[in-house]
Design a protein around this ligand. Structure first.
Ligand code: C2E
Ligand code: SIN
Ligand code: SIN
Ligand code: FE
Ligand code: FE
Length: 373
């Protein structure tokens, strides 16, 4: 710990805020923003440490927001000085925590760090609900303790952090809602064609396995997993007589059915949301074939978006292994033979290789989301 640092003057404070806010504005991730705000709080108050505590959704615990790779601490909501601040909604300054019975000495014992001075500011959301606390420990100023002026400076960080946490929760809520709506739409589309909701679940899981296996980042794999249940959404516009025909199609019926790819694309193509944009790609391209003989546009090879190539394989693997109104499920060996034959024809050969390399994962998913009758 640095001892006897000079107190910062107003100019230096402004400079610090400018530097940290510039850093914040370059970040895309709420967790990173919180870490930078914690560093700013520490610098503004000349503290040795700064910790951001967040209240769990069930309001029973508090846990620390920490940089990637550091282990978070979790405590019951009423423990220690931070707990008191959160429960009572009060700001607390303590010169020597070992003379204060609100302090929980457990953490010092565990970490081997010696806490002396401490300041805690509770954080609230827009409805005045408690969401967490900002805590600084061990002032490195001449006095070695925190004062009112430090508190006002820490408020700058904590107010911004509270807003960040509220935004993060809202974003998460919206993203979860979008995923549920998209999944439900896909499941409704499938249910009309008497395929079970598990078909879209399996296609989603298979798609994620292939996305990760071919090296897409986790974020893209999750996006595809959320979007792929929509691949057949266009089937909701196909007349029942065609969709549920108990036998093979004639040529006219085939043309009607083939329009489901374009129809699905038309339903969602105008959205700017990343999830629906991905779903539009999948709906449009899941019947394109690697050699250019697919529909609706006859795209070939890498003209077909990787999401389209992946969903094509995932969809056919599932369709062949399932009973349909027009055919019985195929034996595994027959499916594998077709995949080998269609490598480089219907399917991207690289994806067929990955499919066989990760076959155990595919079979696990099929087992976990079996159709029940
Ligand atoms: P689906 O049943 O989900 O099948 C998706 C894709 O899996 C099919 O795309 C096809 O590439 C593959 N697939 C499914 N069953 C077989 C099969 O028995 N043999 C072979 N070689 N491939 C199979 P496709 O052909 O573009 O069909 C799209 C959708 O059109 C199918 O989705 C299904 O809903 C419907 N469909 C296709 N053919 C018929 C048919 O003869 N009768 C009826 N009632 N529906 C059909
Ligand atoms: C800073 O974080 O830059 C100032 C306070 C300290 O280093 O302890
Ligand atoms: C406390 O606030 O007493 C426990 C948490 C800590 O020391 O960091
Ligand atoms: Fe389809
Ligand atoms: Fe399908």
């Amino acid at each position: 710990m640095k001892k006897h640092a000079r107190s910062l003057d107003a100019n230096e404070i402004l400079q610090l805020i400018f530097v940290y806010m510039t850093e914040v504005s370059s970040l895309r991730n709420y967790d990173d923003v919180i870490i930078v705000l914690a560093n700013m709080g520490r610098a503004l108050t000349s503290a040795d440490r700064c910790t951001v505590w967040v209240v769990s959704d069930d309001k029973k615990k508090i846990w620390t927001k920490v940089a990637h790779g550091i282990e978070s601490i979790e405590l019951p909501i009423d423990s220690g000085v931070v707990g008191k601040s959160i429960i009572n909604g009060e700001k607390i300054i303590i010169d020597d925590v070992y003379l204060d019975d609100r302090f929980n000495q457990e953490i010092d014992r565990k970490t081997g760090y010696l806490t002396k001075s401490m300041m805690v500011i509770p954080m609230f959301d827009n409805d005045d609900e408690i969401i967490g606390a900002f805590q600084v420990i061990n002032s490195t100023s001449e006095t070695g303790v925190f004062d009112r002026r430090d508190m006002e400076r820490l408020m700058l960080s904590s107010t911004y952090a509270a807003e960040t946490i509220v935004s993060a929760k809202l974003t998460q809520e919206i993203e979860e809602t979008q995923k549920e709506v998209v999944f439900t739409m896909g499941a409704i589309g499938e249910s009309r064609s008497k395929e079970t909701g598990n078909h879209v679940k399996r296609v989603a899981e298979y798609s994620k396995i292939l996305a990760l296996a071919c090296g897409l980042p986790m974020e893209q794999a999750e996006l595809l997993k959320a979007a792929s249940p929509m691949h057949d959404i266009g089937k909701i516009a196909i007349p029942d007589a065609v969709l549920n025909k108990p036998g093979r199609f004639d040529e006219e019926e085939r043309v009607i059915m083939d329009s489901h790819a374009e129809l699905g694309f038309g339903m969602i193509k105008n959205s700017k949301r990343p999830l629906l944009k991905a779903a539009a790609i999948v709906a449009y391209q899941h019947h394109e074939k690697w050699d250019g003989s697919g529909y609706p546009r006859g795209l070939k090879e890498e003209e077909i978006h990787i999401f389209g190539r992946i969903t094509a394989l995932a969809d056919v693997f599932d369709a062949l292994g399932s009973d349909r109104c027009y055919k019985k499920a195929w034996e595994d060996e027959k499916i594998f033979t077709l995949f080998k034959e269609e490598s480089g024809k219907h399917f991207d050969p690289k994806l067929v290789d990955l499919f066989f390399n990760h076959l155990d994962k595919f079979l696990d998913v099929r087992d976990k989301f079996k159709d029940e009758f």
